[in-house]
Design a protein around this ligand. Structure first.
Ligand code: PRP
Ligand code: URA
Length: 213
């Protein structure tokens, strides 16, 4: 059987676009940035879960018996890439409160821009779950590719990647490395600068979430 072909989805919903634009502004403070990250994660999660399978279930209303649609008990995992990906977890959990949460710790070497792993803890049944890997930024794609490598090695087969802002270089690299993975983004930006930061971007997502600059 041929492998599923992933797609790139750019969410153009006005609320998502507005909030991401606010997050880009340099005067947006840590509290506002963090709150908006949670709000955008919920809005993006709402769109990204559009294809979750439903099943017919018989219930009884106060009036009569009827058949209704309910989620087919699909089990979900959310895997933030530490640390900035943590900013997406609460917003996603607001939609799917029973999801399990794994963590992959990676940081980019400032010289080589290559991802360095420092932590990986995933649900033991990740192979049976639809897994949303979340991180606000897709720059070179190195971190997302490495995180998805780990998750696939643990048996996951149904994986989507969700981020706020992506550079064309990162989208291409991720599609090449993991062609089966759907990519959900709020904005496709222009390019990377010489330090592999996204332009116009929003700066360093981890620093903006946690005030560490
Ligand atoms: C940022 C961001 C991504 C990565 C994207 O994390 O949150 O994980 O860079 O860049 P890439 O696509 O070129 O790999 P960073 O390494 O700054 O770590 P942090 O989240 O701990 O700040
Ligand atoms: N990581 C960030 O946080 N921002 C970028 O623009 C690129 C990588």
């Amino acid at each position: 059987m041929s492998e599923k072909q992933g797609k790139v989805y750019v969410f153009d919903h006005p609320l998502i676009q507005h909030k991401v634009s606010m997050m880009r502004k340099k005067e947006t403070n840590v509290k506002e940035f963090r709150e908006m990250a949670t709000e955008v994660a919920t809005l993006m999660g709402y769109e990204a879960t559009r294809d979750l399978p439903l099943e017919d279930v018989e219930i009884e209303t106060p009036m009569c018996k009827t058949t209704v649609k309910m989620l087919k008990g699909e089990d979900i995992a959310i895997v933030p890439i530490l640390r900035a990906g943590l900013g997406f977890v609460d917003g996603m959990l607001a939609l799917v409160p029973n999801a399990k949460v794994g963590h992959v710790g990676l940081y980019r070497d400032p010289e080589t821009h290559m991802p360095i792993e420092y932590y990986c803890k995933l649900p033991s049944d990740i192979d049976k779950r639809k897994t949303f890997v979340v991180d606000p930024m897709l720059a070179t794609g190195g971190s997302a590719i490495a995180a998805i490598d780990f998750i696939k090695r643990r048996g996951a087969t149904d994986i989507a990647f969700m981020c706020l802002i992506a550079a064309p270089e990162g989208i291409d690299a991720l599609q090449k490395a993991h062609p089966d993975v759907d990519i959900y983004i709020a904005a496709r930006d222009e390019r990377l600068n010489e330090d592999a930061y996204i332009l116009p971007g929003l700066g360093d997502a981890g620093d903006r979430l946690y005030g560490t600059k």
